[in-house]
Design a protein around this ligand. Structure first.
Ligand code: GLN
Length: 524
């Protein structure tokens, strides 16, 4: 029945696919198969191709798609996104499907239960294509810390796709999936979005259930959508968000109506909206360590916001300067406690059983030595040290004080501005290997995204254009539980940016030339 080619289907947004499916122009099986074909064409493995996926579930995805088609033919009511395929970051527990968190210690672990957000995806019948690659236990900004090999950026296979959720971002950017799930503890949804030319949203802390996510830092972790458009992010956010009795930190009430906000924003009018430029995050158009072209794209975006009727104000958040340092005490502290559960007794890897002198302690220690990578070990040691009796106040205690000061900076800024904006990441995608041996250089990629996690406020990254031929991102931040504002402002800005960049940006995205084995395949 389809008059649309696979190449056209994979380039459609989730909203477009949803309406094609509702009108029965295409079947869910055709849509799902087109994405599986794309994955087969470009994903490759650790040695070549994108390597966005660690695990594929073609049979499961097609079974869900067949189910949706049967329901639609029978005239049954289905969720608007039913039949639209999705990829899920490998930090999210999926019943019957491996969940490794990018770590060797969880190699082959198959969870006996679904995370709440997966339960919601399954209930709405989105075919789950598979699990995406990530930095081990979500620690990193490049996906190079995956025990299974790095993911490559579809814009340039010699570059990183961001991290820790580089797999989800690369899958969406390369048309392997219209939708993906990410998690953001310090920027792992937003920074990969920025460097792959996609949209990523970290909802308000507690806005999407954490039940079934492998915990990194429980007070910072938040799951959210990875997509190519602001409206698609809203559709996915609304599906996975809302109260979950299984997560004690889950916010009360249903998900905010972010879809209505995105649709309202698409009209492009921002009259009366106060937009704050955060001076400490490159918001005044210059800052140390920021790429000049990234800053230039940011300044143009601000001009678009002005043209849309927004009022621009400059804000100062003096304690943001210390956010990165505080984060790298709080995160390792929480991670060192969360990762203690990998004890060789309950999950995955177990090393050293054969040793006649084996004790529980020796097996645990041999398993952790073999199963954890260098970055994970570094953070466990840092966290254990920061929490130790003699240093607790000096390190963890001070970091918590800084966290409060960052929260106060946000509160003051939101007195004078409805949303705040900054570049999402200081530079476009860097080369694979470039920062791998320098943890500080790696950590600095999240300098603009971390404050939001410390304060629990929501943030969105969307493409601001190209910087040296590579995507750059702009970040929008809103007060806690005002996620709708991200979507209203994001959709308005997206509409104007597409009018400016539509030609070159869309052409570049549609070609994403380096992921193709041969250029002919693009038009096939
Ligand atoms: N890159 C940051 C880190 O390494 C953020 C990670 C994340 O958001 N999961 O901690």
């Amino acid at each position: 029945m389809a008059e649309l080619s696979g190449a056209e289907l994979i380039r459609s947004s989730a909203a477009e696919l949803a309406s094609l499916l509702a009108d029965r122009v295409v079947s869910a099986v055709e849509v799902t198969q087109a994405h599986l074909d794309r994955i087969a064409e470009v994903d490759g493995d650790a040695t070549a191709g994108l390597h966005a996926f660690l695990h594929l579930d073609s049979d499961g995805a097609l079974a869900t798609a067949r189910d949706v088609d049967t329901a639609r033919v029978a005239g049954k009511d289905v969720h608007p996104l039913a039949g639209v395929p999705i990829a899920v970051k490998d930090v999210v527990a999926t019943r019957g499907m491996p969940t490794t968190c990018g770590s060797a210690i969880l190699r082959g672990w198959v969870p006996p239960y679904d995370a709440t957000l997966v339960t919601r995806l399954r209930a709405a019948r989105l075919p789950i294509l598979g699990k995406t690659n990530m930095d081990e236990f979500a620690m990193g900004s490049s996906t190079e810390h995956s025990a299974y090999g790095a993911t490559r950026n579809p814009w340039d296979l010699a570059r990183i796709p961001g991290g820790s959720g580089g797999g989800s971002a690369a899958a969406v950017a390369s048309f392997e999936a219209p939708l993906a799930i990410g998690t953001d503890t310090g920027g792992s949804i937003r920074q990969p979005a920025a460097v792959t030319g996609t949209v990523g949203v970290k909802p308000t802390y507690g806005g999407v259930s954490r039940y079934g996510l492998v915990a990194l830092a429980s007070s910072l972790d938040q799951a959210g959508p990875c997509t190519r458009t602001v409206l698609d992010a809203a559709l996915l956010h609304q599906l996975i968000g809302g109260h979950d009795p299984l997560d004690s930190t889950s916010l009360a009430g249903p998900a905010p109506d972010v879809v209505a906000a995105a649709r309202a924003g698409a009209g492009g009018d921002l009259t009366g909206v106060r937009v704050g430029l955060v001076r400490e995050l490159g918001g005044s158009g210059h800052a140390d360590g920021y790429d000049p072209e990234v800053l230039a794209r940011f300044t143009e975006s601000v001009a678009h916001l002005t043209a849309a009727g927004a009022e621009i104000v400059e804000v100062e958040c003096p304690h943001f300067e210390y956010a990165l340092a505080a984060y790298y005490l709080i995160l390792p502290s929480e991670a060192s406690s969360n990762l203690a559960r990998f004890d060789a007794m309950r999950y995955g890897l177990r090393v050293g059983d054969g040793d006649p002198a084996a004790t529980a302690e020796r097996v645990m220690s041999a398993t952790r030595a073999a199963g954890f990578g260098a970055e994970v070990k570094r953070r466990i040691i840092l966290g254990t040290y920061a929490l130790s009796a003699g240093y607790y106040e000096a390190f963890y205690g001070s970091a918590q004080k800084v966290r409060t000061l960052v929260q106060r900076d946000f509160a003051a800024a939101f007195e004078v501005a409805d949303v705040l904006v900054s570049p999402t990441a200081p530079t476009p995608a860097f080369r694979l290997g470039e920062k791998l041996s320098d943890p500080m250089a790696m950590y600095l990629n999240d300098v603009a995204t971390i404050p939001a996690n410390l304060a629990g406020v929501p943030g969105m990254s969307l493409p601001s254009g190209l910087a040296g031929g590579l995507p750059a991102g702009i970040q929008i931040l809103a007060p806690a539980q005002a996620d709708e504002r991200l979507y209203r402002v994001g959709a308005a800005l997206e509409a104007r940016l597409l009018a400016q960049w539509g030609g070159p940006l869309l052409a570049a995205m549609r070609a994403v030339p380096s992921v193709h084995a041969s250029p002919e395949k693009v038009t096939a």
